[in-house]
Design a protein around this ligand. Structure first.
Ligand code: GDP
Ligand code: MG
Length: 443
């Protein structure tokens, strides 16, 4: 199952021997884990092909190990597979907003209806639940009790057999009672007829209540069948989003990806237990981090981010060595410094500099850098490109704009002039100049 991915990562980090062999072995382990978790075969092979390609083509920033870089690629490609970069938008775009839950019996619709209701109630919405499953015995009571427990409005007609009628009347009445969000729980299996009859009923219900969003609820353990299932529901009532339940009970969950592929919808929420509290917004990054082993992967990603920033910084240093200097370049360099993490750590990363800088100076430096960035934010493009035009009156205007003292602006301008003077003086002695420019970090 998917939890085998974590073991594969551990093994990859531990295994000595040639990099290429470790990569091939990891890819094999990854494929095995994904396939055994019911991820669609095509998806698996596309994924590993992309990972292999990138691993061959891309070069890690200086200082990063190839193994770290490889795991970063794996991480990024898995995030893409699980829905991409963004956390899904769960705030309804307008109100009142009607959500219809569909899915097979036992997938967790009724439980999820309550979880969703609680989620939105906590966001400050007035929520109402409609019990439109007329086939499962006890469905009415199950939802009514849940609604009472979490304290949201409820509509149902015990004993009625008219699911479409109940849904229609329920949506109308709850809206009249002031609900901003109405969640309609539906049946997963038709009492008498076939599955075709159920899908037909979903279609009629959807035409009657015109939901703003249809959410497909699928059990994480459903596996490969999820694809066909999702497709059939999608044809009856276009699926807007997916909720995967019982993520706690299985190491599979790969079937959910098939549902994503079949509908083009994204996973918005996951259920992680029977309790109404055990529910969260699906976050592909967090999910993949967990798959890969939170502790291992986050450290690696953080390290790489810093090294990439350091590489950028070095480029700016190179640029300055070629004799270019203005506030725009200084700004970029100081910004890069702040992105590399705590200044003290950054300085340790840049060869030769860390030794010379004490904690005290590093702290002072960070504050000053922030102030100087604010000052430069208040400069015009012309001033950024041609610092020599900055006279007393411009300094005064800039100070006002940045909310700092005139002396602060003067200090920055003086710093710039000194730097420029030194640059000119040292232009020929490249080695010494490089060391000096790196010392900018130690202001
Ligand atoms: P429905 O038939 O689709 O309405 O499904 P129900 O909401 O009645 O849920 C069926 C069973 O799954 C119940 O025993 C629920 O407690 C259980 N269930 C629902 N969601 C989850 C979940 O996220 N995790 C676990 N472990 N059980 C769940
Ligand atoms: Mg139910």
């Amino acid at each position: 199952g998917l939890d085998a991915i974590r073991d594969a990562v551990r093994k990859f980090l531990r295994l000595s021997g040639p990099y290429e062999r470790a990569v091939e072995e990891f890819i094999r382990d990854l494929q095995r884990a994904l396939l055994s978790a019911d991820v669609n075969v095509r998806l698996v092979f596309d994924l590993t092909r992309r990972i292999r390609e990138r691993a061959l083509k891309e070069k890690p920033p200086p200082g990063a190990s190839r193994r770290d870089w490889f795991l970063k690629i794996v991480y990024e490609e898995l995030v893409k597979l699980f829905g991409g970069d963004r956390e899904p938008e769960v705030k309804p775009p307008y109100t009142p907003y009607v959500i219809m839950l569909v899915g097979v019996q036992g997938s967790g619709k009724t439980t999820t209806a309550a979880k969703l209701a609680l989620f939105y109630k906590r966001m400050g919405y007035k929520v109402g639940l409609v019990a439109a499953d007329v086939y499962r015995p006890g469905a009415y009571d199950q939802l009514r009790q849940l609604a009472e427990r979490i304290g949201v409005m409820f509509y149902g007609e015990p004993g009625s057999r008219d699911a479409v009628g109940i849904a229609t009347r329920g949506v109308k009445e709850l809206k009249e009672r002031g609900a901003n969000i109405v969640i309609v729980d539906t049946a997963g299996r038709h009492g008498y007829g076939s599955e075709v009859a159920l899908l037909e009923e979903m279609k009629r219900m959807s035409e009657a209540i015109k939901p703003d969003e249809v959410m497909l609820v699928i059990d994480a353990a459903m596996g490969q069948k999820s694809f066909d299932l999702a497709k059939r529901f999608h044809e009856a009532t276009p699926i807007g989003s997916i909720i995967v339940t019982k993520m706690d009970g299985t190491a599979k969950g790969g079937g959910a990806l098939s549902a994503v592929a079949a509908t083009g919808a994204i996973i918005k929420f996951i259920g992680t237990g029977e309790d109404v509290e055990e529910f969260e917004v699906f976050n592909p990054r967090r999910f993949v981090s967990r798959l890969l082993g939170m502790g291992d992967i986050e450290g690696i990603l953080e390290r790489i981010k810093r090294l990439e920033a350091a590489e950028e910084f070095e480029k700016t240093v190179e640029e300055m060595l070629e004799g270019k200097l203005n506030f725009r370049i200084l700004y970029r360099q100081l910004r890069q410094l702040t992105r590399m993490g705590p200044l003290r750590k950054v300085l340790q990363m840049l060869p030769g500099v860390g030794l010379a800088v004490t904690d005290e100076i590093a702290k002072l430096g960070e504050e000053k850098i922030r102030k100087w960035l604010a000052i430069m934010d208040s400069m015009t493009y012309e001033e950024l490109d041609h610092p020599e035009i900055i006279d007393k009156s411009r300094m005064r205007r800039i100070a006002r704009g940045a909310g700092v003292e005139l002396d602060d602006v003067k200090e920055l301008v003086n710093y710039y002039r000194n730097l420029q003077r030194m640059l000119r003086r040292l232009k020929k002695q490249k080695g010494a100049l490089e060391r000096l420019l790196r010392n900018i970090g130690g202001v």
